[in-house]
Design a protein around this ligand. Structure first.
Ligand SMILES: C[S@@+](CC[C@H](N)C(=O)[O-])C[C@H]1O[C@@H](n2cnc3c(N)ncnc32)[C@H](O)[C@@H]1O
Length: 270
């Protein structure tokens, strides 16, 4: 289950190797677009293995990072401790949909591919707004529709070819609500935030090999939640087909994955 804390915790090591190279370029862009001053108190929700938290610390922010998966929290804590910027930080295991953090206590709050995946997305957004002070900053990133993400589209093809031609992929409500610039603009206007800036970016990441990628992708929480509906022998076959589709034109050496995401920032009204 994509919303299961155990599932995310079990995959923290793979997450850092497989997924963070895809999320990190956007974390950097998000932090740049947000604009952070030295000493700002900034909350990172759904911190994972620390992509945005580390970027924030490198810019001198006082980072508070939270995630509901203990292994993610532990990894982010180690990475922030190793940061040479020397800023203060804390990392807590916490549900991002029910923060135990005081109202208006942060200068800024971000979530890099975090809240958009939470089952109670609207509650998580309200929590983000609650903890930022008037005039503070607010930012999130979200992937575009999976059909526009080449590796996700190929995986969907593999699932449909091998397991079920009519399979309907679950897409979290927060992702659907933020998958285009227009949708995020509507959402932000409804939230009453100001200084809205929403951009779409594409980045390319070099992956060490198709085999390496597929092996890990096939075990990630999203893939496992889909495989729960299928017979036990099918995930391996889906993985084989996915590898063929990704590797059609290449040997099993490094290959590039291009992704596109929305980066959205705003200010809370004074
Ligand atoms: C796609 S990862 C993003 C991680 C990181 N921000 C990054 O950019 O790489 C989503 C993260 O949200 C966390 N998460 C999922 N549901 C959560 C919840 N209800 N409360 C807090 N964290 C949650 C997961 O454990 C996972 O680390």
């Amino acid at each position: 289950m994509i919303d299961s804390e155990t599932s995310w915790s079990q995959h923290a090591d793979d997450y850092e190797q497989l997924a963070e190279p895809l999320t990190l370029p956007y974390a950097r862009k998000l932090v740049d677009q947000l604009g952070v001053s030295v000493g700002d108190a900034v909350l990172d929700i759904g911190c994972g293995t620390g992509a945005a938290a580390v970027c924030l610390a490198e810019r001198g922010a006082r980072v508070h990072a939270i995630d509901f998966a203990e292994a993610m929290v532990s990894r982010t804590r180690d990475r922030l401790a190793a940061c040479t910027s020397g800023t203060t930080f804390n990392v807590d295991c916490m549900d991002g949909q029910a923060l135990t953090i005081d109202e208006s206590s942060k200068d800024a709050v971000v979530s890099n591919f975090g809240v958009v995946l939470f089952p109670e997305f609207e509650k998580a957004i309200q929590e983000m707004l609650r903890v930022v002070r008037p005039g503070g900053r607010f930012g999130l990133t979200s992937w575009v529709n999976p059909s526009r993400l080449n590796h996700m589209a190929k995986w969907a093809d593999a699932v449909r070819e091998v397991a079920d031609p009519h399979f309907e992929f679950p897409q979290p409500i927060g992702w659907i609500a933020t998958e285009t610039i227009e949708k995020v603009t509507d959402l932000f206007r409804m939230l009453g935030v100001v200084d809205i800036e929403i951009r779409e970016h594409t980045t390319t990441c070099s992956i060490r090999s198709v085999n390496w990628f597929v092996e890990r992708f096939n075990e990630n929480p999203l893939a496992l939640s889909v495989y729960e509906s299928f017979a036990p022998q099918l995930p391996r076959k889906i993985g084989q087909r996915f590898r063929d589709l990704l590797g059609q034109s290449q040997e099993d050496g490094p290959f590039d994955i291009s992704t596109t995401a929305i980066i959205a920032t705003a200010s809370i009204q004074k």
